[in-house]
Design a protein around this ligand. Structure first.
Ligand code: IPE
Ligand code: IPE
Ligand code: MG
Length: 246
């Protein structure tokens, strides 16, 4: 293929070829504990880290940043913490939607967010539709997200199509499943980062992570920033992805 901008100076590819980075934002509680603060203070500082990281992703021209904000298992936490987190979500949308709009960032939500409080669902739907035409950067927030739940919902959708006679079960393949996932319109996952030193997926993007590169950092989420994202991307650029081949 012909080079499109052969006369232009070559811009540094700050994403190192990654199109889709996802982050398991972990360690808010431990960040607060270290400072003898209540857990909610860690979540507040975590929201600041979301802001910084979303700005960095947009500035480097990353196509998609997916952030794990609330899992389908996080309902096991005390009611007061859940209500703090939902309050912060509301506040984040109220305060940051204008910045998303001004910076041409598309907001997307993955997960079964429709099970959240109706007023939050309405805020999300409105924010998502107001930024729907934006690009090139999408920030996808995972809310009430669990990969097993996402796959079960995909199975339900395929079963409904089969019963309606629109789909022959014998022909169902990986692409049909991928097309039913919440991430269907996003690029393939390239890099999955988890902060706070934990090394597990906690039910995040199990299908999408099939060939993603994994990056673990001991940094607690409230201390995360664009420089750490860039470090992860530099390492990503040095990895050799083989996809089962040679
Ligand atoms: C991640 O931080 C944020 C959410 C899961 C909402 P944690 O709240 O899990 O913090 P730790 O793991 O207790 O330090
Ligand atoms: C994963 O963190 C969920 C989010 C970051 C939203 P958790 O803190 O809930 O994960 P576990 O319980 O340590 O596996
Ligand atoms: Mg945690």
């Amino acid at each position: 293929m012909a080079e499109e901008h052969s006369s232009d100076p070559v811009p540094a590819d700050r994403t190192h070829g990654a199109r889709h980075v996802a982050i398991i934002m972990d360690g808010n509680g431990r960040w607060a504990k270290k400072r003898f603060l209540p857990r909610v203070a860690g979540h507040k500082a975590g929201v600041e880290a979301v802001r910084r990281t979303a700005r960095a992703a947009r500035d480097m021209g990353l196509e998609t940043l997916t952030l794990y904000a609330f899992s389908s298992e996080n309902w096991k936490r005390p009611e007061s913490e859940i209500s703090d987190l939902m309050g912060m979500l509301r506040h984040f949308i109220e305060r940051d939607l204008a910045e998303f709009e001004a910076n041409n960032v598309r907001l997307k939500v993955i997960g079964n967010y429709r099970a959240l409080e109706p007023s939050i669902v309405a805020m999300i739907d409105s924010a998502v539709s107001r930024t729907a035409g934006n690009g090139p950067t999408t920030v996808a927030i995972a809310l009430n997200y669990g990969a097993q739940d996402e796959l079960a919902r995909a199975a339900q959708a395929l079963a409904r199509k089969a019963i309606a006679g629109e789909l022959d079960p014998a022909t169902i393949g990986p692409d049909d499943i991928a097309a039913q996932l919440d991430t269907a319109d996003l690029p393939p996952l390239d890099l999955l980062i988890r902060t706070s030193g934990e090394k597990r997926l906690s039910n995040f993007l199990l299908w999408q992570a099939a060939y993603a590169e994994l990056y673990f950092t001991d940094t607690l989420w409230p201390d995360f920033n664009g420089d750490i994202l860039e470090q992860a991307l530099v390492e990503f650029g040095q990895r050799e992805r083989r996809y089962g081949g040679l």
